[in-house]
Design a protein around this ligand. Structure first.
Ligand code: SF4
Length: 712
């Protein structure tokens, strides 16, 4: 029952990479991390680790770290080392002056799914309660904001209803737009083992590429990029025709079925097969597998979310669960996988500009009053905040005059990099709070604040299955690095002298557990209620899934088992929306469709994984992959350098033949930035078009051209 805490040389903690949230045992000598193994008692991984988690101890090279505060006193000048007091005084002075002269919406905070829940909470309180702006957004906007919209409007709350164990027991799994084998490797291993144990388990993969995840698929639907909504409607069309729906569930627990039924009438198998580029028999086979399975689960990730119709894709998939009654039961339910280690914690604490802590809405007057009363401030900011794309456009136009970036690298990860670099170069004051000094964004920092990193800091994270784990420090933070929450509270206390003189501090926290204890009160009575939990209880009981209300003895594995949904009338909603094609299409000038994604052994912009030589063994360098037929028709050779162009920019890469990629398409991994490439990395090519509801950009699709580069 009791999770191992700390012995003399082993500390139980949580992996800092993906949303699986594996438990790790850190071997150390109190000075250095010596090794990392999987924690057999952690419910996410039961002792397993992937190549990234098991090499965490090889990523501790201090040469890559930001170790001391550095300040630049004028644009064009070099930064020089300073002390914390000078650095924070300067930051508070510039932010305070900017707010006084231009108003609270002239500053912005851009934070990260890599932060811990306590860090997130401190940032949110700083922006909304003290500064008075909703201009706080996170790189999770690029990752899961479409899933947030999908869950909320279909089911009433942003809550994945399933557990990892459902993946093992489900009779039929639909994996859509997710290369789990690379992006969520330990979860994929669990699924692989379950398939080996039960070969009758049916697995359908929807992906334009034949990824490694397809190795365990009974059926791979290699759809044309972006056609998922049409596919899901087409599946429902067949299921209605064949009678593979649960009419009793629909009548008892849902609203809006008739409108959807009439909409999907137009999505005939012939039309959908042609549009999606798949065989009608495969469409029929998928519908049969789903419709006849005793339990049905779907898993999805960026392939659905990173789209100009990401919200529609999420809801169209959830429609299949509501139509078949496959939700709230063992082995059933729609399960969005989170990319980052604490993307879920960001959703909980309100770390998207349109949210407030405790799954509240920034635009909802009742929610504003509840949070303002809890924090003891007059009111919450009323102006809508800027989402990531809008935020960097506002920086470039001069509307944002002071920008605070924490634990993320927008100079590599945002689409339309040319604009983002221009924005950062011209912003009057950029603060970068970072563990790694090597990121592209650090170059633009007028003030660089060195943050403590994994293995050195404490807090909590929530993984894809709503499970909250304790992240524990094993070794002291190096040099002058500080935990993120402490940096935020330091700035806040200095700003309070200008913005709330003479009033008691709102940021009187001395350890992360105090932030957690204050924050959890904002979850009380909400769908995610974990007011019954504390750091000490996680230590005693092990990781726990929310909801965990006061008085609970354990967390909640599955939601909606009683058929009640957190909507005003307790019923889930069918969402009837037409398929909309992606924003950018192929044409004669840009005849290929670019897809982007992860590799097995790298993480994000490689600030950490790029320090471990072993992790380059799988893929050594960035490449653009095309089908071998495409190479032949263009008279290109493997390894040849090509200039890849989109309407927004270009970069030079070697080309490789890859049968996973269909003709007419191309794939570039997302990890390499301009530290490694000639050009600004793959996102110089990607486009800023975004979903109108979730504001998540369409990072998965851009039209490109290729030209061989003549060698000198
Ligand atoms: Fe870390 Fe994710 Fe690998 Fe688990 S699956 S070890 S959380 S990177």
């Amino acid at each position: 029952q009791c999770v191992l805490m700390t012995t003399s040389r082993t500390t139980a903690s949580t992996c800092c990479y993906c949303g699986v949230g594996c438990g790790v045992l850190i071997e150390h000598d109190d000075e250095k991390i010596l090794g990392v193994t999987g924690d057999p008692k952690h419910p996410a991984n039961l002792g397993r680790l992937c190549s990234k988690g098991s090499t965490l101890h090889k990523t501790g090279d201090l040469a890559a770290r930001a170790l001391y505060p550095e300040l630049r006193l004028g644009k064009g000048m070099a930064r020089s080392r300073t002390d914390w007091d000078t650095a924070m005084d300067h930051a508070a002075q510039v932010f305070g002056r900017t707010i006084a002269e231009h108003g609270p919406d002239s500053v912005a905070f851009y934070i990260s799914g890599q932060l811990l829940t306590e860090d997130y909470y401190a940032f949110n309180k700083l922006a909304r309660a003290l500064v008075g702006t909703n201009n706080i957004d996170s790189n999770s906007r690029l990752c899961m904001s479409s899933a947030v919209v999908g869950y909320k409007r279909s089911l009433g709350a942003d809550a994945p209803p399933c557990s990892y164990s459902d993946i093992e027991t489900s009779d039929c799994l639909l994996i859509a737009g997710s290369n789990m084998a690379f992006a969520h490797p330990v979860l994929f291993r669990r699924l692989e083992a379950a398939k080996e144990a039960n070969p009758d388990k049916r697995i359908i993969v929807i992906d334009p590429r034949r990824t490694d995840t397809c190795a365990i698929a009974d059926l791979h639907l290699a759809v044309q990029p972006g056609t998922d909504v049409a596919l899901f409607h087409g599946l429902l069309h067949i299921m209605l025709w064949e009678g593979w729906i649960d009419r009793a569930f629909i009548d008892a627990h849902t609203e809006g079925f008739d409108a959807l039924k009439s909409l999907v009438r137009d999505y005939s198998p012939a039309m959908v097969s042609e549009l999606c580029g798949i065989h009608p028999d495969d469409l029929q086979a998928a519908a049969r597998m789903i419709g006849s399975a005793p339990s049905f689960m779907s898993l999805w990730c960026m392939g659905l979310n990173q789209s100009s119709s990401g919200s529609a894709k999420n809801s169209a998939l959830i429609n299949l669960h509501l139509a078949t009654g496959q939700i709230g039961k063992p082995g059933s339910g729609p399960f969005s996988l989170t990319g980052q280690p604490n993307a879920m914690g960001g959703r909980e604490t309100g770390s998207l500009s349109n949210l407030l802590p405790g799954h509240r809405e920034a635009a909802n007057a009742e929610h504003q009053s509840e949070v303002a009363a809890y924090w003891g401030v007059e009111q919450m900011p009323l102006n809508p905040g800027l989402s990531a794309i809008e935020l960097f456009e506002a920086v470039r136009s001069g509307k944002i005059k002071a920008l605070w970036i924490a634990c993320t690298n927008p100079a590599q990860s945002m689409p339309n990099q040319t604009l983002v670099h221009e924005a950062l170069a011209n912003c009057p004051f950029v603060v970068v709070q970072e563990a790694f000094a090597t990121t592209e964004t650090c170059r633009y920092a007028d003030l660089l604040l060195p943050a403590a990193s994994w293995g050195e800091k404490e807090g909590t994270v929530t993984n894809s299955e709503r499970c909250i784990s304790h992240v524990r420090p094993a070794i002291p933070a190096p040099a002058e690095t500080r935990p993120d929450w402490a940096i935020v509270c330091d700035l806040a206390q200095r700003l309070e002298k200008q913005l709330r003189p003479g009033q008691p501090s709102l940021f009187d926290f001395s350890r992360p557990s105090e932030l957690f204890d204050e924050y959890k009160g904002l979850t009380a009575g909400r769908d995610l209620d974990y007011s019954g939990l504390s750091h000490a209880m996680i230590d005693e009981l092990g990781p726990q899934q929310w909801p965990f209300p006061a008085g609970a003895e354990r967390g909640t594995a599955r939601l909606y088992s009683d058929g009640q949904f957190p909507t005003p009338d307790g019923r889930a909603r069918f969402i009837a929306e037409q398929y909309q094609p992606p924003q950018e299409k192929r044409d004669a000038r840009f005849p290929l469709l670019l897809n982007t994604g992860r590799l097995r052994d790298q993480w994000h912009g490689m600030s950490r994984t790029g320090t471990a030589a072993q992790l380059f063994g799988h893929v050594e360098q960035a490449l653009i992959s095309l089908h071998p037929d495409e190479l032949r028709s263009r008279k290109l050779q493997d390894g040849q350098l090509v200039r890849v162009k989109s309407k927004r920019g270009s970069l030079i890469l070697p080309v490789q033949g890859d049968e996973q990629v269909r003709s007419g398409q191309a794939f570039i991994p997302m990890h390499w930035g301009d530290r490694f490439l000639k050009g600004l990395g793959v996102n110089v090519l990607t486009q800023p078009a975004y979903d109108p509801l979730s504001k998540q950009p369409e990072l998965k699709q851009a039209a490109i051209s290729l030209q061989p580069v003549a060698l000198p």
